[in-house]
Design a protein around this ligand. Structure first.
Ligand code: FMN
Length: 211
């Protein structure tokens, strides 16, 4: 089960301040160790747990029936909904499947209420077997996120096996060019959601973590 930020959020809301960035990640690959999720791992490491509270969701985190049949009252589904509604940003990764995003990701998105992404900063990351479906992010995923209320979508990042190599131990290694592209959008993400009340400390700490 993912760890949700509910206690932190309610405490902050009680005090009327926001001191921590809340980021939800949704991984649309059926594999936990995968090219697309390796980009999420990179983002989480670069921002750092000290600077943001992450609530991470992957397909394995859901009861399969609740996921496929959309059981709104299931605790797994409620955890996703609550985390997204309490978040500042949602970062999505997906492999390209048949020129679109994965069906698993669509099942997760279908569990969200209308307008769930309103006032969230949204970043989408995708991997494909080649560069042929680079525009999938704009033509397939973006309209779905817009229909969920996402008005602030950062430019997505797309990678192919040329950008992410599989190492001997089975782990994935991001190439330098891809890391540079990710660094740009990660900076944009931090700039968009770093809490105004904690801006100097948060940004400074985040930049140190990135150095
Ligand atoms: C069912 C299926 C369909 C796929 N369709 C495409 C496709 O249309 N275009 C493409 O570039 N890659 C396609 N691929 C390749 C995956 O997008 C690619 O291997 C991706 O990096 C996998 O990401 P992951 O390791 O995060 O699961 C497909 C792979 C599978 C399993």
């Amino acid at each position: 089960m993912p760890i949700g930020p509910a206690s932190v959020v309610s405490h902050e809301h009680f005090l009327g301040i926001r001191t921590v960035m809340h980021i939800v990640t949704l991984a649309g690959s059926p594999s936990a160790n995968s090219r697309s999720t390796s980009m999420l791992d990179y983002l989480r490491q670069r921002i750092g747990a000290a600077n943001a509270q992450f609530s991470s969701f992957a397909l394995d985190d859901f009861d399969p029936n609740a996921l496929v049949q959309g059981h709104w009252d299931h605790p797994d589904v409620a955890a996703l909904r609550d985390a997204v509604l309490a978040s500042d940003a949602v970062v999505i990764t997906t492999p390209v499947y048949q020129a679109s995003f994965s069906g698993g990701l669509k099942l997760m998105l279908d569990l969200l209420p209308q307008g769930a992404l309103t006032r969230k900063t949204v970043l989408a990351l995708a991997t494909g077997g080649s560069d042929h479906h680079l525009l999938m992010l704009d033509y397939a995923l973006k309209p779905v996120l817009s229909s969920l209320g996402a008005r602030h979508q950062l430019a997505g990042v797309y990678a192919s096996p040329l950008h992410i190599e599989k190492e001997m131990d089975g782990r994935y290694r991001l190439g330098e060019e891809l890391q540079s592209r990710l660094n740009v959008v990660i900076d944009e993400l931090i700039d968009a959601i770093a809490p105004a009340t904690a801006e100097p400390r948060t940004r400074h700490a985040a930049r140190l973590a990135l150095a």
